[in-house]
Design a protein. Sequence first.
Length: 350
Amino acid sequence: MKKIKVFVVDDSAVVRQVLAEIFKSDSAFEFLGSASDPIFALDKMNNDWPDVIVLDIEMPRMDGLSFLKKIMSERPTPVVICSTLTTEGSDTAMIAMSLGACEVITKPKIGLKDFLHESTIELTDAVLAAASVSLKALPTQADRKEFSIKTDKKQDISQLQATEKIVAIGTSTGGTIALEEVLTKLPRDKTPGIVIVQHMPEKFTETFAKRLDSICDISVKEAKDGDRVVRGLALIAPGNRHMTVRRSGAQYYVEVNDGPLVNRHRPSVDVLFRSVARQAGKNSKGIIMTGMGDDGASGLHEMKEAGADTIAQNEETSVVFGMPKEAIKRGGVNHILPLSEIYKTIVGYG
């Protein structure tokens, strides 16, 4: 099996040393080298271009975001961001992902060496996921919307109409772009309540939800325990918390809780889908989109068995076809659609 070529760009000598040790000790990778800033990196990488770049944000001569933008416009390459600037789930992480970064790893400002060693699995999984990315499925720079947080308030969510239908969406690698593609096309008055699990670290989901809310006609927010699922609203599971749906009469609510990791994830798509299967059954629609691994495949099958309509994103438009492929393989999918067609199955549902 071909080894994944990895190059690290980080001004911290400690980070470069530890990541070199991690990737050199894993037979899945070929460590090409490292550089303290993007200018040095370009000189080195031109001799042997990597499959994946692990990139810091704060660096001398050229910052990581500028370098990311340059790479994606000139020679698109999967990039994993590893930076302290994303520690608090700041806008930086969302900007990086909107520019084309595949994954974001948060590193602390203190205890860095211990953190990197303890996070070996997270780091290597992120690079493996990035290496699986289909670059042709990523939008061009011209397609990407600028990151913004709007200040004007929409109609009070409490005034939105209750719904007996529910749409559940699960996604991972490439999902931030895929969700933007789907949700921005949904009209507020013809969209049922939506619940979403996007694999994303703690504190990132709030910023991500605000970004989507700023560019969508529907309302989008990070879910809180007890939030009601209503028309014109999408609820995104908080990072590091599971989200389930429960029914009370003709209304749905979400429950947010800790719980153990499921399929190595929290939140887990399977956890959400299984609850929707049991609480909503045939009054639900399940959608699984781009992502690495198999999270959501079993839950989507349960939704289908309960009478739900189920959809998987097709291979051609998936950044990573892992999750949809596994759901199809297990027989849990009614329809396989390109990303551009998925929103049409939501509009007017219910």
